[in-house]
Write a protein that binds this ligand. Structure first.
Ligand code: HPA
Length: 273
């Protein structure tokens, strides 16, 4: 048995003693968009700290919890607090919750993030469905001996983003009258915001948005056959585009401004997946 499978199995075995997530939609929510986790009804909660082998969150005052319950009538399993590569976790650790969700019987996953807009037709506040991605993190949770229990050595990425659920997500947005875009998400390691030169490079190679997360989760989900869609909230234009300096405050302010729409959209999507 592979070591990572063993680690994930122990975690899943413990979580199963607390609640049954079979058939749930998994939610991994990005910066400023985590509030949705508080709207889950009939919630059963597990602290990350109590889960064997689970990473610790490094964000102060943020315990990290898995919440299982109902959102707009749909069974969901939500990660309140996610793990980033820039925090110093290795890639396998960053992606571990996705594999644990798979073992728990989660049937599809929605990942969200805050991102910088590279596409010049975007504005802060634009919501972007992730149609494709570029892994520029210089690492990969699938490196090393393949965990055969989860999936193949050479997983396909042409359909890493589930085409059917992606189309459904856009349909939900349209019906709700929420304007959305779609594009290519490019992940950097962080934790610094990119340089203007890096953003010109990103633009040249076809990125529409840049960020510091999500790609590890997409790779692990595709590897284990977990259907996934991703949505970026463009919280700021990427470095050098407007000439303004980038701040985390701007990221939070924009996320805060659009979170109502964002929550509405996710609630609709989970109820129809
Ligand atoms: N770059 C990287 N990550 C981000 C950004 C950005 O401009 N905005 C929010 N997350």
């Amino acid at each position: 048995m592979s070591e990572i499978f063993e680690r994930c199995r122990e975690a899943a075995d413990y979580i199963r003693t607390q609640f049954d997530a079979q058939g749930a939609i998994g939610l991994i929510l990005g910066s400023g968009l985590g509030e949705l986790g508080d709207e889950i009804e009939d919630a059963k909660v597990v602290n990350y700290a109590d889960i064997p082998n689970f990473p610790r969150t490094t964000v102060p005052g943020h315990a990290g919890q898995l919440v299982c319950g109902k959102l707009n009538g749909a069974k969901v399993l939500c990660m309140k607090g996610r793990f980033h590569f820039y925090e110093g976790h290795d890639m396998k650790t960053v992606a571990m919750p996705v594999r644990v969700m798979k073992l728990l019987g989660v049937r599809a996953l929605i990942v969200t993030n805050a991102a910088g807009g590279v596409n010049r037709t975007f504005k802060p506040g634009t919501l972007m469905f992730i149609d494709d991605f570029i892994n520029y993190m210089g690492d990969n949770p699938l490196y090393g001996p393949n965990a055969e229990e989860f999936g193949p050595r050479f997983p396909d990425m042409t359909k890493a983003i589930d085409p059917e659920y992606n189309a459904l997500g856009k349909e939900c947005a349209q019906e709700l009258g929420i304007e959305v875009r779609s594009g290519v998400y490019m992940s950097f390691r962080g934790p610094n915001f990119e340089t203007p030169a890096e953003i010109r490079f990103a633009e040249t190679i076809g990125a529409d948005a840049v960020g510091m997360s999500t790609v590890p989760e997409i790779l692990a989900a595709r590897h284990c056959g977990l259907r996934l869609i991703g949505i970026s909230c463009i919280t700021n234009m990427a470095a050098g585009i407007t000439g303004e300096e980038l701040t985390h405050e701007e990221v939070q302010e924009t996320a805060d401004r659009v979170k109502g729409q964002f929550k509405q959209l996710i609630r609709e999507i989970v109820s129809r997946m």
